[in-house]
Design a protein around this ligand. Structure first.
Ligand SMILES: [Zn+2]
Length: 127
């Protein structure tokens, strides 16, 4: 079990830039449900979710099984379909926020680099 897991991870890492396929999507559903999927992989997960009906259904089933079992034990009322939609929406917002943060950091670094070059040029011109 452990050895095959490792093999799977290597294979998945090696094609990081390709769009996510069904096999990868299914592999990452538990991570996503736990909120442990970020960055490019999270974006690809959402892209696949939006385009693949079968995987979407599988995600629903896994979510229903996981959350439904927990709720039944608590005897709560629930509308899991809506909750999953909310979860997806929140996740999209979170990814978008992170993306914006990364863009801001990128530009701040770029501006800092340009400022350093500018200062160096000034120093050399004065010498
Ligand atoms: Zn799929």
């Amino acid at each position: 079990m452990k050895a095959s897991d490792t093999g799977k991870k290597v294979r998945i890492r090696s094609r990081r830039n390709a769009p996510m396929d069904c096999k990868e999507f299914l592999h990452f559903i538990p991570n996503w449900l736990d909120g442990r999927l970020d960055g490019k992989r999270g974006v690809k997960f959402l892209e696949h979710m939006a385009t693949c009906k079968d995987c979407n259904e599988e995600l629903h089933i896994q979510y229903l099984v996981r959350e439904g079992t927990a709720r039944l034990e608590n005897g709560d009322n629930f509308n899991l379909d809506r909750e999953l939609s909310d979860k997806v929406a929140q996740y999209k917002k979170r990814l978008h926020r992170k993306h914006i943060e990364n863009v801001i950091i990128y530009w701040m670094e770029a501006i800092a680099a340009i400022a350093i070059v500018f200062i160096l040029v000034l120093v050399f011109v004065k010498m």
